[in-house]
Design a protein around this ligand. Structure first.
Ligand code: SAM
Length: 260
């Protein structure tokens, strides 16, 4: 079956073929009957069918029409796979139910925009388990003060508690990706600090990290000066990577107040 479908690079297709890894992923997800599961990019069903042994219904979003056709045939007798032919990047996940548990071995070429899209629905998501490029997972869960801590870390950790679960070698896939992969668990936070203007928050995070070796005062020039950073209780001589997520929230809310 794997040979019949030629993996499409533009859709980031690397199919899981290692039963041990698939089993470990399903165990980490710990699916229970009655929960609302969404899979992004089911592909040939490597995760989908083992998941369907534990739960009644899987809703799966796939962009590749050939794979939709394949999965439709393969699951017909089962009748418990709801296929959605759509681009996950523009899909309204709120239309798929409540308290969503989202899973997927994601197409690596769109992982960052896809995560940013999913965060818009975080209030309606219970948790997410994804396979991603290892380097991306390291950035998602990086702590302040480390080299991997950057824009993606701040935005992700604002929305979610992030856990690195385990590493997956290229051998687990067909075709083999060039890089190591890892499984990450993201659990939307219920105690998020309020952000008065989210676009401004994103802009500030981008600006603060724009030149990683420069100080915050330097990178924030034109938007706020050292004195104002001190007013937010932030040392302007620090680099952005030394700040905590709440510091970025404080800056964004301070500037938003000032603009009003
Ligand atoms: N889940 C399968 C597995 O583990 O073997 C396939 C994983 S493969 C890395 C990524 C899957 O996402 C492919 O099936 C691909 O066609 C699909 N995909 C790529 N871009 C997509 C998009 N924008 N929306 C939905 N699915 C997408």
């Amino acid at each position: 079956l794997l040979l019949k479908h030629r993996a499409r690079k533009r859709f980031g297709q690397n199919f899981l073929q290692d039963d041990g890894i698939i089993d470990a992923i399903v165990k980490a997800i710990n699916p229970q009957k009655g929960e609302t599961f969404i899979e992004i990019g089911p592909g040939l069903g490597a995760l989908t069918f083992p998941m369907l042994e534990c739960i009644d219904i899987m809703q799966a979003v796939e962009i590749d029409r050939d794979l939709i056709e394949f999965l439709a045939k393969k699951s017909m007798a089962l009748g418990r796979l709801n296929l959605i032919e759509a681009d996950a990047l523009t899909l309204d996940f709120n239309s798929l139910g409540n308290d969503l548990r989202i899973i997927g071995n994601l197409p690596y070429n769109i992982s960052t925009p896809l995560l940013l899209h999913l965060f818009k629905f975080s209030n309606n998501i219970n948790d997410m388990h994804f396979m991603l490029q290892k380097e991306v997972v390291l950035r998602l869960c990086a702590s302040p003060g480390t080299k991997a801590f950057g824009r993606l870390s701040v935005i992700s950790q604002y929305f979610c508690d992030v856990d690195y679960l385990f590493t997956v070698s290229p051998d687990a896939f067909h075709p083999k990706p060039k890089v190591d992969s890892a499984i990450v668990r993201l659990r939307p936070r219920e105690d998020k600090e309020a952000i008065s203007n989210f676009n401004l928050f994103e802009l500030i995070v981008a600006k603060a990290f724009s030149m990683r070796r420069k100080t915050l005062a330097n990178n924030m020039k034109g938007m706020m000066d050292a004195k104002e950073l001190i007013e937010c209780n932030i040392d302007p001589s620090l680099r952005a990577e030394c700040l905590e997520v709440i510091d970025f929230v404080a800056i964004a809310n301070y500037l938003n107040d000032k603009m009003r």
